[in-house]
Design a protein around this ligand. Structure first.
Ligand SMILES: [Zn+2]
Length: 139
């Protein structure tokens, strides 16, 4: 039960930080690995000795595509169509997130592919309910 509470607290803290434009990760006190989004335990070694720490929000865009089917949650219908991709955080974890500032067209996605991998920085998309993690290419 204590472990479930630790996980729920990490998720709550993640969204509260994201709402203010900051990112939190779980950092393992045993192996030093970062888990993002944060959870109650380390995704690298399974340890429950983790603490929440702010991370840089700096990342590298590895891959991007766009949605061609309706979004899986109604709140995303407001911003669809959009580009999303896989980004490697400076701290190590790879995350999937919305990519801002890129038109969701085959031509723009091809330009991204030709230029990549590209540096990006985290931003917060403010929604009616929970904030959403997004990244903007900075080069
Ligand atoms: Zn660990």
């Amino acid at each position: 039960m204590e472990q479930a509470t630790q996980g729920a607290n990490a998720i709550r803290a993640y969204y509260e930080a994201l709402a203010t434009g900051s990112l939190l990760a779980s950092v393992c006190l045993d192996c030093g690995g970062h888990t993002f989004p944060p959870t109650g335990c380390c995704e690298h070694c399974g340890s429950w000795k983790v603490e929440l720490q702010p991370i840089s929000g700096e990342a590298t865009l590895l891959y991007a595509t766009h949605n061609i089917t309706p979004a899986c949650h109604p709140r995303f219908e407001k911003i669809a169509p959009y580009v999303y991709g896989h980004l490697r955080l400076k701290e190590g974890p790879v995350v999937q997130a919305i990519v801002l500032g890129v038109e969701p067209t085959p031509q723009q996605l091809q330009r991204l592919f030709d230029r990549g991998p590209l540096p990006a920085r985290a931003e917060t998309l403010r929604m009616d309910d929970l904030p959403v993690l997004a990244f903007r290419i900075i080069a």
